[in-house]
Ligand binder design. Structure first.
Ligand code: ATP
Ligand SMILES: O=C(O)[C@@H](O)C(=O)CO
Length: 427
């Protein structure tokens, strides 16, 4: 297998979001979970997205894991590696976007890296280095209440500088709108001033097409699905994409079995989606405190609740709750401890449901999805059709339970009726 584009994603939902964007924009793509075992047969594709779970680990651990993935991707021919981060730049001041970006650039021989989390299709735009989420500055958006990495600064030049060794520059919208050569000139100037990375503004897809073209001049870029769109379209325009057989049709063959939804995201979008779904299907609201203090009992109660119900139709099991309830729990048990304990419990529930015959599984939340996919031991996914921007139907490859259809929904993605729409596409 020789690939054109490689990507390292900092979480699993983000990886499926990017794989969806690359597929839609002309690159056949698979998503792997970590570096696949050499015995796993992957289809011949244009792009591979390696999913890692490094968004909220230490920078040292993230740099090491990303370096190993980079080596694997380059070994399979990847000319360009995109470090896929969250479109809401989820990270802390000690976070990983700066360190991993700088490390990947060093591994590739040193270059100034273009960085943009813009993804206009889902309302993420960057102007004068400031990130807007559906028109609200990042620090006024629901991301200010994120359970693991609350975002309190919309100025990404500042945010990334706090995490980086080198200086961070800005390529503003007028330069981007002026086209690839203007961006190249600005990038050269910032490189001469010593910038290790530059935040690039982007408001429309045409801005991302320009940035994608320029990014391909270098071996590394950092961004969300919007930059993926730009890179994919630039590769297709350049005539470098051979026509390979599409794997999408394969990805949606029905699998049967029971259907379940596990939600650990506490984002406002997921809370709305749960409230709407509750009108049409059974929803179990887990007791978050008991998941910390009496997990085995709460897990077996959830499994008994699901037992007969899932034979009649899809069921939802959710730990999700309001920002107030999340901070109350965190103030008593700690942020990290509560998050990890709840992920362990929701993934244990998901795995047991699969053992009891669930073959169609939707998971809401990046960390929650990561814990669940790891627990199920799924090595890779084929990419099916899009359910909502950023969320495709996935078909598992190489897992011991047999083929399953899954959707890994980023917390903030999807319309109000996301769960019903997804279930209708997963048969
Ligand atoms: N009731 C709760 N109280 C405190 N923490 C919770 C609760 N329910 C879930 N959590 C934790 O909140 C975190 C949610 O993160 P997750 O990444 O799954 O969702 P998200 O951040 O909305 O999604 P994304 O990363 O895709 O944007 C997880 O660590 C989860 O265990
Ligand atoms: O970019 C996004 O917003 C998503 O793909 C994601 O990474 C959320 O976890």
């Amino acid at each position: 297998m020789t690939i054109l584009l490689g990507s390292i994603a900092d979480d699993y939902t983000g990886a499926s979001d990017l794989a969806n964007t690359l597929t839609k924009n002309g690159l056949s793509t698979v998503q792997t979970v970590g570096i696949p075992d050499p015995s796993l047969t992957l289809p011949d594709v244009d792009a591979v997205v390696v999913s890692l779970k490094i968004r909220s680990v230490s920078a040292q651990e993230a740099v090491a894991a990303a370096g190993t993935a980079e080596h694997w991707l380059r070994g399979r021919g990847a000319m360009h590696v995109l470090y896929k981060i969250c479109s809401t730049f989820d990270s802390t001041d000690q976070g990983n976007i700066g360190p991993v970006t700088e490390a990947l650039a060093e591994l590739a021989g040193g270059s100034t890296v273009l960085v943009t989390p813009a993804f206009p299709e889902t309302g993420r735009t960057v102007y004068l280095g400031h990130l807007f989420v559906n028109g609200q500055p990042l620090d006024e958006s629901p991301l200010k209440d994120h359970p693991l990495n609350p975002m309190h600064d919309a100025n990404l030049v500042r945010v990334m500088a706090r995490q980086s060794r080198g200086a961070i520059g800005l390529i503003d919208l007028p330069a981007v709108a002026a086209g690839p050569d203007a961006v190249r000139a600005r990038l050269d100037a910032l490189r001469a001033e010593g910038a290790s990375a530059v935040i690039a503004d982007a408001v429309f897809e045409r801005d991302l097409e320009i940035l994608g073209e320029v990014a391909l001049d270098a071996p590394v870029s950092t961004g969300a699905s919007g930059l993926g769109l730009g890179l994919a379209r630039a590769l297709v325009r350049s005539g470098r994409v051979p026509s390979k057989v599409s794997t999408t049709a394969d990805a949606i063959r029905p699998v049967g079995g029971y259907a379940a939804i596990i939600a650990g995201s506490c984002s406002s979008a997921t809370l709305r989606q749960l409230a709407i779904a509750e009108q049409a299907m059974p929803v179990l609201r887990l007791d978050p405190e008991r998941l910390l203090t009496a997990a085995p009992d709460e897990i077996s109660a959830a499994l008994s609740w699901a037992g007969e119900r899932m034979k009649a139709g899809p069921v939802i099991i959710a730990a999700s709750t309001t920002p107030e309830a999340v901070s109350d729990l965190q103030s008593r048990y700690g942020r990290e401890i509560s998050g990890r304990a709840i992920e362990a419990a929701t993934s244990a529930i998901a795995a047991e449901l699969v053992a009891r015959g669930v073959r169609r599984l939707i998971v809401a939340g990046g960390e929650t999805s990561g814990a669940t996919v790891d627990r199920l031991g799924i090595p890779a996914f084929l990419i099916g059709p899009e359910i909502a921007p950023g969320v495709p139907v996935l078909r598992t490859i190489g897992n011991s339970q047999g083929e399953m259809l899954m959707a890994l929904k980023s917390g903030n993605f999807g319309g109000d009726d996301f769960f019903a729409t997804a279930l209708a596409m997963m048969r």
